[in-house]
Design a protein around this ligand. Structure first.
Ligand SMILES: Cc1cc2nc3c(=O)[nH]c(=O)nc-3n(C[C@H](O)[C@H](O)[C@H](O)COP(=O)(O)OP(=O)(O)OC[C@H]3O[C@@H](n4cnc5c(N)ncnc54)[C@H](O)[C@@H]3O)c2cc1C
Length: 448
């Protein structure tokens, strides 16, 4: 006989954990399912392990930049050591997460979940019945549809690599590609980024991206746009990446080829049609309460829902929204105003709110401040000339609409702009705040 729950959650990442814990705390019977070790992308294969690697690369880079300015010695990145440090964070995660679920009385299942009916599932041959089902299955690297795709490794394998080969080609010019490129370059690899579009890091401000690409090239990273990868061939111990670039064919030799070309909701294995859950072009059809438009028993959250940007704080927010709607009926809609996003390059690139193009399209009368600020104290004391910003203010209301930052501390300072946007603060209110000096935040007054 099938075991019956009030809520079954597919996934054990951020969205799953937040929703499952809240619903269980209200006394519901809850089960979670994952076919991978418990913990989800952020903790095991995304943000956290990535940040450990970037942290090491940042330390080394800072030491190199300070050479001849009081810092000496031969500093280098020791990849195996760094990986061991990373594993100190990731290895304990699955057990800790399973323990947390068990402590709360949440049942745990291992295996791939698939729907067998509108409110029934199967996992590892075991049937389950549920009053409600939350799809929190995250995202997977997109299928590229190129010959030799099987030779590409994903972010998951890159973040597990115990050695780093000499020549690395990253397919795609998004945030994962740039973060890996900057880290691998500091570890001594020869890195090429191949992007088929005319711009890399498309969601980010084109001026600041331009400055970051300039910096990447100075570091020796080969950033190529308008270069579409067509085939990857295995040759000897390595690979040859064939691409078309502005009508001509080019080849790029590599020891490692990494998929950095985007991720899409992980829905394929779920057999959504068996549950009557509508989907189109790889995306779930959801109402404003994150509920399936065709099966009210089913909700979705996080990267699987992809209503908001595919980021951890969004997955957490969605998990809270779904839990509230399950417990008290549909009444909460997700609010993605002021979600900051960061590309953890060295230095980092960060953005929140409207882009300049979006603000102009909306016909808003803008006050815009933008500057490459290599001569500011923040840049000079860190020996990092790549420092700049673009801040957008609504001329009529004085509200902060968008902020785009590149340089030391951009990943932290962006949060202050996020706070301002989410809580409708004016530029004047930000200016009158007193920030500790000298910090990245103490530059904000000069950016407004
Ligand atoms: C390399 C990388 C770096 C990133 N860096 C950042 C960052 O710096 N900051 C940030 O905010 N975000 C970052 N992200 C994005 C962030 O990791 C995701 O937005 C977030 O983890 C999504 O959480 P989730 O709960 O929606 O899904 P996930 O954490 O992906 O969890 C989904 C889980 O569902 C499981 N699953 C899938 N299908 C099934 C099935 N059929 N049956 C059972 N289980 C299933 C999966 O195995 C997975 O464990 C990064 C992502 C990557 C890949």
């Amino acid at each position: 006989m099938a075991k019956r729950y009030q809520l079954v959650v597919i996934g054990t990442g951020t969205a799953a954990m937040v929703a499952a814990m809240r619903v269980r705390a209200a006394g519901w019977s809850v089960a979670v399912i994952d076919f991978r070790p418990y913990g989800g992308t952020c903790a095991l294969r995304g943000c956290d392990p990535k940040k450990i690697l970037v942290g090491g690369a940042t330390a080394v880079d800072h030491a190199w930049r300070m050479r001849g300015k009081g810092v000496g010695g031969d500093t280098h990145l020791d990849w195996p050591d760094l990986m061991a440090f990373k594993r100190a964070f990731t290895d304990p995660v699955p057990e800790k997460h399973e323990q947390r679920y068990a402590e709360q009385g949440i049942d745990t299942y291992h295996g791939r979940a698939r729907f067998t009916g509108r409110q029934t599932l199967e996992v590892a041959g075991e049937p389950l019945e549920a009053e409600h089902i939350l799809i929190a299955s995250g995202a997977e690297p997109m299928k590229l549809g190129i010959a030799g795709e099987e030779y590409l490794i994903t972010h998951e394998e890159f973040l597990e690599s115990t050695t780093l080969p000499r020549r690395i080609v990253l397919v795609g010019g998004g945030f994962i590609a740039f973060e890996f490129a900057h880290t691998a370059r500091r570890a001594g690899a020869e890195v090429t980024v191949l992007e088929q579009a005319s711009r890399v890091l498309r969601p980010f401000d084109p001026d600041l991206v331009g400055w970051l690409v300039e910096k990447s090239r100075v570091l020796g990273i080969n950033v190529r746009t308008d270069t579409a990868v067509e085939t990857v061939e295995k040759e000897g111990g390595g690979f040859t990446v064939h691409a078309s670039a502005n009508g001509s064919q080019e080849t790029f030799p590599a020891d490692l080829v990494v998929h950095g070309a985007g991720r899409a909701p992980a829905l394929d294995a779920l057999e959504l049609d068996a549950a009557g859950v509508a989907h189109e072009k790889g995306r779930l059809k959801l109402n404003e309460f994150l509920q399936s438009v065709t099966n009210p028993a089913v909700y979705a959250a996080g990267d699987a829902a992809q209503v908001g940007p595919p980021l951890t704080p969004v997955s957490s927010h969605d998990g809270k929204v779904v839990a509230a709607n399950l417990l008290n009926g549909n009444h909460q809609k997700p609010d993605y105003a002021g979600v900051p996003s960061v590309v953890f390059t060295i230095p980092p690139l960060a953005a929140v709110g409207l882009s300049e193009a979006e603000a102009r399209q909306r016909g808003i009368t803008l006050r815009m401040q933008s500057k490459k600020a290599s001569d500011w104290f923040t840049a000079r004391q860190a020996a990092e000339p790549t420092y700049g910003f673009k801040v957008l203010i609504d001329e009529e209301t004085d509200r902060v609409l968008g902020a785009h930052l590149l340089g030391p501390n951009a990943d932290e300072v962006i949060n202050i702009f996020a706070l301002a946007i989410r809580h409708d603060l004016t530029a004047e209110q930000l200016k009158t705040a007193m920030f500790a000096y000298p910090t990245g935040a103490s530059d904000i007054g000069y950016m407004l």
